[in-house]
Design a protein. Structure first.
Length: 460
């Protein structure tokens, strides 16, 4: 029997047992953002560590940080073979609003071959697939084709504030040939994808102040600057009518798309009409000269995420608001630097600040963009493993979102990152009724097992 045939039999024979075990993991309410779940976070970390030990993974530890613990383990007995560092997270998002769930978020249910629970897809279900794949290889082959290390954190959903320091302090322990992450998704149902790039993120809050207090519009209107008008003027200055960002220097370091990438995106034959119908808009909007996929995967953005100020209650209140504010974020692409972009934003705001107000700009957390060349042997090997199981060509895509720790891994460890996810965009991660299509759970186990064999045959 081939290694894939052995894996298929093992996973088929043990499927119900594996799902019951996953249920136990999903029942732990490991919500990292809520202090009342601190003990649950420790419980989830201990659960993972216990499962690693039962797999005969060595040097397993639950390492404290200033926040929630990091789980580590390793198996390094594949002499002369590459080492894969597996990353994932055991924390989950809050579950509010509860009334919109069709079942209890921490009481897993299977309906229509979909597993419903908070964390089912993001990221407990996918982390669990790593463990079961390793278990299957040991059970069917008695060994692993490569060396493996594991690092699982409990703070991804709150921006991984303590993981970079942990990685920096443990660079030698975490040394590997690649990092494998299963926290992304397929391109579409039945269409696998290897994500080879992620956009970065930075943002600021703009606070505009006019008079020392709200003023009567009849007494002062026309003679005193209105904070909301001033804010609107600043916001309008950020982009032109085509969506092109007007901040001086914003595009200077943007790495252009290669001809090969643009052709790969065209080959995906993305249906913009279907997208418009799905999201309920008459027209799409974006930077001229780029397709929708190019705009959302490989071009930077500047978006206003929220505006506040003045009176918004029932009826009308005739005042000149003294204060107004807005939150904006920018998605960044290689080779943009988040810190540099913030300075460009501040300079732009100062230049376009209207008279009669003061403006304060405060910064949010930042994450750098990341990309592994899509023709990299490790990326192409992942594509081959997907194709063996899904029996269709693999799409090579970038992600429009951000996983901040990926850029930190790149900066600190200087390793290629391979994003092999099995979720779908429709699975409601971060929302009520989060679920995981078990078809992709089943296939993903086999894909991951085959990928270890693919990597073992590469000369890195």
């Amino acid at each position: 029997m081939s290694h894939l045939q052995k894996l298929d039999k093992y996973f088929s024979d043990n499927r119900e047992k594996h799902l019951e075990e996953l249920f136990d993991f999903l029942r732990i309410p490991s919500i990292s953002s809520l202090s009342e779940h601190k003990e649950d976070m420790q419980t989830a970390a201990n659960w993972l560590a216990d499962k690693l030990r039962k797999l005969n993974i060595e040097n397993v530890s639950v390492d404290p940080t200033k926040g929630h613990p990091v789980v580590y383990g390793e198996w390094l007995h594949a002499e002369g073979k590459p080492t894969i560092l597996f990353y994932g997270h055991y924390d989950v998002q809050p579950v509010d609003p509860l009334n919109l769930w069709d079942s209890e978020p921490f009481n897993p249910e299977i309906r229509d071959n979909k597993l419903f629970a908070r964390g089912a897809s993001d990221d407990k279900g996918q982390v669990y697939m790593h463990l079961k794949m390793i278990e299957a290889l040991f059970a069917t082959e008695g060994t692993l084709p490569v060396n493996v290390k594991f690092i699982y954190e409990g703070e991804e959903e709150i921006g991984s504030p303590n993981l970079p320091a942990y990685v920096e302090a443990n660079k030698e322990k975490l040394a590997a040939d690649l990092i494998l992450i299963s926290d992304t998704g397929l391109y579409a149902p039945g269409k696998p994808a290897v994500c080879y790039g992620l956009r970065g993120l930075t943002g600021v809050q703009i606070d505009v102040r006019g008079a020392k207090g709200d003023l009567h519009s009849g007494l002062y209107g026309g003679g005193v600057q209105n904070a909301i008008h001033a804010l609107a003027e600043i916001l309008a200055s950020f982009r032109d009518e085509h969506g092109t960002i007007q901040v001086e220097g914003f595009y200077d370091k943007v790495r252009p798309l290669s001809d090969e990438e643009r052709q790969a995106y065209r080959d995906l034959q993305f249906d913009e009409e279907a997208l418009k119908e799905e999201i309920g808009v008459q027209e799409l909007f974006g930077e001229a000269g780029y397709s929708y996929l190019e705009q959302t995967w490989a071009r930077p953005t500047l978006e206003v995420n929220g505006v506040f100020g003045g009176f918004s209650g029932e009826g009308i209140k005739t005042v000149l608001p003294a204060e107004a504010g807005a939150k904006i974020t920018c998605r960044l692409v290689p080779d943009q630097d988040p810190n540099e972009i913030v300075q460009l934003l501040k300079a732009h705001i100062e230049k376009h600040k209207p008279k009669g107000v003061t403006v304060n700009v405060s910064e949010f957390d930042k994450g750098a963009p990341y990309m592994t060349p899509f023709d990299h042997p490790l990326i192409q090997a992942a594509g081959r493993s997907y194709e063996k199981i899904y029996n269709v060509p693999t799409a090579f895509i970038r992600g429009g979102g951000s996983i901040p720790i990926v850029a930190a891994f790149d900066e600190i460890l200087s390793l290629p990152v391979v994003l092999m996810g099995f979720g779908l965009n429709s699975e409601n991660f971060h929302a009520p009724n989060e679920h995981f299509h078990l078809e992709n759970f089943d296939k993903g186990l086999r894909v991951l097992g085959d990928y270890l064999h693919e990597v073992s045959n590469l000369k890195l």
